[in-house]
Design a protein around this ligand. Structure first.
Ligand code: NAP
Ligand code: GDD
Length: 366
């Protein structure tokens, strides 16, 4: 038998590190879920995630983190479970089975424009879904005396809740929601606060402003633009149809926002925080920057299609995150310029790959 390794000077064998934590993430397959999973795994958490059943693969954003459970030499610390936030029974069963230290509740029908088409479904997943997971945690706590003081809960609240309130928006700005999504998020936000006040649960809400990345869903405006830039550059698309070019958003990088979620749950006292860059830009500005990155002029390619207008619009979001800076020491690390470049470069690479695959399937050399 080989000799035991020499004890490390920085971590004596008699003082083992803190036990690894267990996290549960709803919405793990989404943009934020993937960045948060990477962060928690890097901090040695075991991460459980709830995945919806779909007829196609919906775990692409997690593929690089997946370890085959048949590989006994490297057991994975990301464990996926089928579930849905419209299904109380499965939430209760998973909470009981996993017994997490931290719950990050990200699952939502998160598209504002779609929420006008599907208001009832949006309220079901966003507002009632939050009540369902909070109730699962509450009944779990009741069956294990005091556990609710231990479980820490993160609620993914949204700057969309500010709606018509003019910028800058902070934790004290009145909410004036302008969409079914915002109304549902407001109910979810107050549900988390209510469970904190009524039952002493450790619930924190991140009022996150828009955050983007190369993993952003293709129908949100930033990704729709950068994807079109890549495809136009590669000759795969000619025109980009958009709605309101004058809307202004405070856009940050999703990885920074996942870090803010974790920071909130490391505090002993739960609270609510605005997470934002403090800078606003219009959709038109974003187009100009994204097309310029590829050496193109957006005016040659972008056309307005009223189909993409919203029945009620949020004109301008610009967050004041001074509380998060002060109490969480949270700062964004990626500027808008860097974000645009990162997204455009990734979409140019994707489009080039698509072009190469097409050429090969046509029997041509790329
Ligand atoms: P996203 O990419 O749209 O991901 C949403 C996630 O929720 C996906 O994993 C989705 O599963 C899942 N989901 C939807 N309905 C569900 C249901 N009924 N049961 C279980 N899972 C369900 O959103 P995101 O950008 O990562 O945002 C994460 C959270 O933060 C959302 O709650 C969003 O509303 C909120 N938020 C986002 C931003 C932002 O700018 N990104 C800003 C403020 C707040 P599928 O993959 O199967 O669709
Ligand atoms: N999606 C989309 N598609 N938006 C467009 C388009 C278009 O073709 N053209 C203009 N826009 C404008 C929208 O009218 C809106 O004012 C702005 O671009 C941003 O739209 P989205 O990217 O869809 O994001 P959002 O601000 O509505 O919602 C996102 O941010 C919220 C936080 O403020 C989502 O991630 C929400 O889940 C999140 O809560």
């Amino acid at each position: 038998m080989p000799p035991p390794p020499p004890p490390s000077t920085s971590q004596p064998a008699s003082q083992p590190g803190p036990p690894a934590k267990v996290a549960l993430i709803t919405g793990i397959t989404g943009q934020d879920g993937s960045y948060l999973t990477e962060l928690l795994l890097s901090k040695n958490y075991t991460v459980h995630g709830i995945v919806r059943r779909a007829s196609n693969f919906n775990t692409q954003r997690l593929d690089h983190l997946y370890v085959d459970p048949h590989d006994a030499s490297a057991p994975g610390r990301m464990i996926l479970h089928y579930g849905d936030v419209t299904d109380s029974a499965v939430l209760e069963r998973l909470v009981r089975h996993i017994d997490p230290h931290e719950v990050y509740h990200l699952a939502a029908q998160s598209h504002v424009r779609v929420s006008f088409e599907l208001p009832v479904h949006t309220v079901d997943s966003v507002a009632l879904g939050t009540f369902r997971i909070l109730e699962a945690l509450r009944s779990h706590a009741e069956s294990r005396a005091g556990a609710h003081k231990r479980v820490r809960f993160y609620q993914a609240s949204s700057s969309e809740m500010f709606g018509a309130s003019p910028p800058p928006q902070s934790e004290t700005t009145p909410f004036r929601p302008r969409s079914p999504y915002a109304i549902a998020k407001l109910a979810a936000h107050y549900a988390a606060i209510n469970y904190r006040e009524a039952y002493g649960m450790h619930c924190s809400c991140g009022i996150h402003f828009n955050h983007e990345s190369p993993r952003r869903g293709e129908t949100f405006v930033t990704r729709k633009i950068t994807r079109a830039v890549g495809r136009i550059k590669a000759g795969l698309q000619r025109t980009l149809f958009l709605g309101n070019l004058d809307a202004r958003r405070d856009w940050g990088f999703a990885g920074d926002y996942a870090r803010a979620m974790w920071l909130m749950l490391q505090r002993d006292t739960p609270d609510d925080y605005v997470i934002a860059t403090g800078r606003t830009a219009s959709v038109r500005d974003f187009c100009e920057m994204a097309f310029a990155r590829a050496g193109l002029d957006y005016r040659d390619f972008v056309q307005v299609d009223p189909r993409y207008f919203r029945p009620a619009e949020v004109d301008e979001l610009r967050g004041d995150a001074s509380k998060a800076r002060r109490e969480l020491d949270w700062h964004p690390t990626v500027s808008l310029e860097q974000l645009v470049d990162m997204m455009v470069d990734a979409d140019i690479a994707r489009a080039e790959k698509e072009l190469a695959v097409r050429a090969m399937s046509d029997g041509r050399t790329p």
